[in-house]
Design a protein around this ligand. Structure first.
Ligand SMILES: [Zn+2]
Length: 104
């Protein structure tokens, strides 16, 4: 059997191509809010990051997230996002494990 085609996206921090469901989407909404979008369905310009805090920090340091979102993310937004990122990291990993089970 041919393997199913998995949609790939690139992490804006480490530039690695990953299956979409293994990346965390950060979205800039039409209201210019920057937030983490675990559903992957929010409207706006999105950027993808590996579900790793190290990649989030790298994206902040290199301003890769700003570039990907075409928006200057304010430092207080970054600290808010970092808190959210830490919080969703566990949830995200749990979801991923569940999703992997479904594939079998
Ligand atoms: Zn990454």
């Amino acid at each position: 059997m041919r393997p199913r085609k998995v949609p790939l996206r690139k992490c804006v921090a480490c530039q690695q191509m990953m299956p979409k469901k293994e990346l965390i989407r950060v979205v800039k909404t039409p209201q210019d809010e920057v937030l983490i979008d675990l559903t992957g369905k929010k409207a706006g310009r999105g950027a993808y990051l590996c579900g790793k805090l190290s990649c989030f920090k790298l994206a902040q340091k290199s301003r890769a997230l700003d570039r990907a979102l075409k928006h200057q993310v304010q430092p207080e937004i970054y600290s808010q996002l970092e808190q959210d990122f830490i919080r969703v990291e566990d949830e995200f990993i749990a979801n991923k494990e569940r999703a992997d089970d479904e594939d079998e």
